[in-house]
Design a protein. Structure first.
Length: 276
């Protein structure tokens, strides 16, 4: 047995803070309601992502939750707006300082900008650094907003190891890495490096195929609501876990893995996780 599920996270709007859930269904499109919506820049047509922190770091000051079938977004002031409100685009555009539209339909061949993470570390989150344009959801069903694949997993062992290798006195928070599933295991840190190509059975129903190690961008270093900036959330993997995420790519700082759903089912906190 690999371990047990400790925490489940859903992010109803891409790049916004999400919500912890005790149990949830998962299928080929990931956890129910995860990344169901995104903000799209009205001029460029690109999907808004905090991977470009100079433009979009304030996305991580907004929290999204699913309430009564709609997404409720909470602003730093405590004010809320719902995805069904007529003024939602105006409100979010004003907060972000960019013209955006909240949508459940990705543009054709949807892309986002990803700033070079180690340039962000060196120059700061507000600096102009090199960016690359990435097509989203290449390993997810059409019409979704995932960066790559529908699910992201990380272990407490990896979070503990990042803490041990850095200067922090307290454990680095899972939320910085935006996982869907956090797993407690007795294995060593960065154990996920060995998972690509394997399948995991979670609980009695769900089976996942691990498809890639997760290359880390600048997002873990940024403020996440109440959490302050933490450059070491990226600096430590960059120094101690620089591995190849996918065949054909060079070594990159990684933490966690991406997964696809092989057999849909329900997942719960406390579920056993096994390699099959």
């Amino acid at each position: 047995m690999v371990g047990t599920v400790t925490t489940l996270w859903r992010y109803p709007v891409k790049s916004l803070l999400g919500e912890e859930v005790p149990d949830i269904a998962a299928d080929a499109r990931g956890l129910t309601g995860d990344r169901a919506l995104a903000l799209v820049h009205e001029t460029t047509g690109q999907v808004a992502s905090a991977k470009n922190p100079r433009l979009w770091r304030d996305l991580l000051k907004l929290r999204a939750e699913i309430i009564d079938g709609a997404v409720r977004i909470t602003l730093p002031s405590g004010r809320t707006v719902r995805s069904t409100d007529a003024h939602v685009d105006k409100t979010l555009s004003a907060h972000l300082g960019q013209p955006v539209t909240l949508t459940d339909t990705p543009p054709e061949k949807a892309t986002l900008e990803r700033s070079q993470p180690e340039e962000v570390l060196a120059a700061g989150e507000a600096a102009e650094v090199g960016n690359e344009t990435l097509e989203i959801a290449s390993q997810a069903p059409p019409g979704t907003f995932f960066d790559y694949a529908p699910l992201h997993l990380i272990t407490r062992a990896t979070l503990d190891r990042i803490t041990e290798l850095g200067p922090r006195a307290t454990t680095v928070e899972a939320e910085r890495y935006r996982p869907n599933i956090v797993i407690r295991t007795e294995a060593a840190g960065f154990v996920e490096n060995d998972w690509p190509g394997h399948e995991l059975r979670i609980g009695d129903e769900l089976t996942l195929r691990i498809v890639a190690r997760t290359p880390r961008c600048a997002v873990p270093t940024l403020e996440h609501g109440r959490l302050p900036r933490d450059p070491d959330a990226l600096r430590v993997p960059a120094r101690h876990n620089r591995v190849v995420p996918l065949e054909g790519m060079g070594p990159q700082p990684c933490a966690g893995v991406y997964a696809q759903v092989v057999r849909p089912g329900r997942i719960r906190q406390g579920d056993a996780v096994r390699v099959v």
